[in-house]
Ligand binder design. Structure first.
Ligand code: FES
Length: 99
């Protein structure tokens, strides 16, 4: 399948929460948090607007730019923390761990 002349390749997302690790295909436009729920996990969340950091997790592989971020500082970002309610996976593979 192609769109605008570019091949569409789905992102494989791996998410670890507690003792569970799940892997599945990312649906375009959905966040890490939504992906986690689709894969059967129930991660912590609250505002789902980028304001509270309840949903934060560490990005261990790949890229997941955030739509909004009102709480994480540059130091947090440098350490790989993302707000999973705002982070949208991109690229071939993304791995996230809720700590
Ligand atoms: S749930 Fe509040 S920042 Fe994600």
């Amino acid at each position: 399948m192609t769109q605008n002349g570019q091949a569409l390749t789905r992102t494989q997302v791996t998410i670890r929460l507690g003792r569970r690790t799940v892997t599945g295909e990312h649906h375009p436009g959905t966040t890490v948090l939504e992906t986690a729920r689709t894969l059967g996990l129930t991660p912590p969340s609250s505002c789902e607007a980028g304001n509270c950091a309840t949903c934060m997790a560490r990005l261990e592989e790949g890229s997941a730019p955030m739509r909004a971020n009102d709480v994480l500082e540059q130091d947090d970002l440098d350490e790989g923390w993302v707000l999973t309610c705002q982070a949208v996976p991109e690229g071939p593979s993304v791995s996230v761990v809720y700590e």
